[in-house]
Design a protein. Sequence first.
Length: 429
Amino acid sequence: MKASQSFLATLKEAPSDAEVVSHKLMVRAGLIRKLNAGIYNYLPLGLKVIRKVENIIREEMNRAGAIELLMPMIQPAELWQETGRWEKMGPELLRIKDRHDRDFLIQPTSEEVITDLARNEIRSYKQLPVNFYQIQTKFRDERRPRFGIMRGREFSMKDAYSFDRDTEGLKKSYQTMFDAYTRIFRRMGLKFRAVTADMGLKFRAVTADNGAIGGSGSQEFHVIADTGEDAIVYCPNSDYAANLEAAESVSLIAVRGAATQAITKVATPDQTNCADVAKFLNLPLEQTVKSLLFAADQEEGPAKLFMVLVRGDHELNEIKASKIPGMSESRFASEAEIKQSCNAPAGYLGPVGVSAGVTVIADRTVANMSDFVCGANVAGYHLTGVNWGRDLPEPLVMDLRNAVIGDASPDGKGVVDICRGIEVGHVFQ
């Protein structure tokens, strides 16, 4: 086609709301134009790029034995109510009503529809395994769409769904999809696990938390980029990689030291967080412990209370905490619950002398600490020189914190680093 017959809507300047380089270049090159927040027109040149990407995906999915179909964008509420996701997905799910006041939604994904199709059409195990895929428009009502099409509300997605006879078949299908994704990204010029920028875009396969649609195993593919929204924990010396939510945190203290201090109650007026307490007492932040009280409502009777402990310089990983038995549907304890169990305001809570009805769970690093500082369960006071076994019972121990740069790699092959990544693929079972 001649240039005179083409529609090339280029711009000299990028729009003021374009924050990242990719968004600026796509607008200036005439690939996309914004219609509304998170919703874009794809101009002819942008559509050509999409079609080339789709062709690569189709070729590799077909090569992997997957069968293409197309499911509707508009889906009935009944299927989503059956799985419980009608309520669980919250405001990201765009719910609509037809003229007969019946509930529908614009699909963010299609597990419900493909499962309904399979249960009605697959009549014998002899028809298995089968893997269906589609390339279809999706919609998720993101709270804060940004970075152009990187975090849009309307987007195009390839989603595939395998049905297998048994667990072994499921594992085989999982690996087939993993291999297909690897080929797709390599064909697109993404360098698998490359670590230097001059090798082009880099991507890593990382272990992931399954979220609302996963099962027992999950891996994501991320393009490594400073503009990525996901934190990727990886070991430069090995293949270990996981997103921050799923990354295992190894204890920073291999062996608990012996107690060298007596437990002491000290006044800490108006010091309600670990950083302030450490500064006030002229102690390293790493010597403090933060105590977080959670409540899990019960069908009958009062809520069950959990005190979760992490080191003062660490952040609680809420996904890990939700896996504590009984805490999957927990919330932060109310002021009344805090006062009843600890008799102190938030900011002065601690595990010493806490009510017998409170389950205390310590992060691995906290469990190996000695002579640490924590709240005294008295307003305006903290305890110093606290030691497990002597001053309070040994806690339940779990991995509860976010990994940090310099942590030992879980595979024992060095220490981890953290980079940013853009998720471009996800396989789970």
